[in-house]
Design a protein around this ligand. Sequence first.
Ligand SMILES: NC(=O)c1ccc[n+]([C@@H]2O[C@H](COP(=O)([O-])OP(=O)(O)OC[C@H]3O[C@@H](n4cnc5c(N)ncnc54)[C@H](O)[C@@H]3O)[C@@H](O)[C@H]2O)c1
Length: 440
Amino acid sequence: MADRYLHLTGTAPGRFLTRRLGLPQPAPLRRWSLQTPRLDGPLLHLTAGDSAITDELAKALAATGLTVDAQAARPAGIVLDATGVTSARGLAEVHAALHPVVRSQAPGGRIVVIGTPPSPEDHHQAAAQQALEGFVRSLGKEIGCGSTAQLLRIPAGAAPGAAESTLRFLLSPRSAYVSGQVIELTTAAPGPVADQHAPLAGRTALVTGAARGIGASVASVLARDGAHVIVLDVPRAQDDLVRTADRLGASALPLDITAPDAAARIAAAAPDGLDVLVHNAGITRDRRLANMPADRWAQVIDVNLDSVLRTTDELLTSGTLNRGGRVVATASIAGIAGNNGQTNYAASKAGVIGLVRSLGPRAAAEHGVTVNAVAPGFIETKMTAAVPLFIREAGRRMNSLSQGGLPVDVAEAVAWFAQPGSAAVNGQVLRVCGQSLLGA
Ligand SMILES: NC(=O)c1ccc[n+]([C@@H]2O[C@H](COP(=O)([O-])OP(=O)(O)OC[C@H]3O[C@@H](n4cnc5c(N)ncnc54)[C@H](O)[C@@H]3O)[C@@H](O)[C@H]2O)c1
């Protein structure tokens, strides 16, 4: 559904009127396209404290294809290496580094603060590194103009190149609707990527719920990145599913993901195994708990959570998920913040977060597979078009970017998780919500 307010504020009279009324001013977001694959301007690489990763970070930043310029007057990206900030006093260097440059950043820019995991043994280091989280989340709310701010934690002993895929994502138009997020890497070594334009070449990906909405967009972005895609949806959505498959050169698998033999049928559809499994299928059956019959509760838990657990377990243990594989599940900010009328849905989506955090480390150790989740906020789809007008408007505006996201914003995050280069990204839940105030 079109966001008419965003169009209105894109016109001079609309901007004038809404400013006079003190209304939100969403900036049009610049997303990835063949014509705009990169940020439009140079990158500023700053350091606070004594960093042990300066050279490694410089290499990773050079790999983004952006020009790193220490004198950039109008940087499109600013990376502040604060891994060496280990005390409350040291935080002054964070202020000293960013205060003079934050105003000069180009619209639609990216700020990435690099930290390191807070130490369980050193409470001064832990306090300083945790402080960076509050700092970044506040900065995301302040900077405006469609710009974003994130905290990327790189652990001591990270493998060379471990942060590269994440920096490529965060410092690009692909992360347009991601802000105020904290991502913590592991020490796992990245898998090889021969061609950055087709990082999923030679890989097979299956996307559930792919006949329409976010799932169709995920399938499209994974195909763009070179994967052979299998699109799955319920048999009654077969016409849309086949249309999506034909458009992408994908294979269609009409199947209800809650069927008892779902994992076996997925395995049969991928004789060479799966490299990427995206659990996107999801339903809502909203009702306040007092009015909710057991069947509405059960349907939502079954589709959104139980089938995700069952198929993931079976595809891992049967070896259908190849080593180096990626599981990406779909949570929701409702699973973080809770939502009136959505006890079933929020429980299912919080369950997905529990699954990811628990299984991620074990799946990596036992099967060489990472497990992550996206948690979309308000995304413009048929699901959200059905939301009553005033709640829909509130959902759109109550975030740092003052607008809803598009399915492609979620899809780009899934594609980043799915890359062979993202082996160090595991057990993470990335909110794709424009830094929604809900559950923030
Ligand atoms: N749209 C949003 O704002 C938003 C926000 C947070 C989370 N999400 C989540 O993102 C995912 C996609 O949402 P969407 O807005 O594109 O929804 P959508 O309703 O447009 O699409 C969901 C797809 O899943 C399919 N599906 C449902 N049950 C299935 C089953 N049993 N087996 C196979 N396929 C099934 C549907 O047929 C449909 O094609 C869902 O998991 C949803 O909970 C969406």
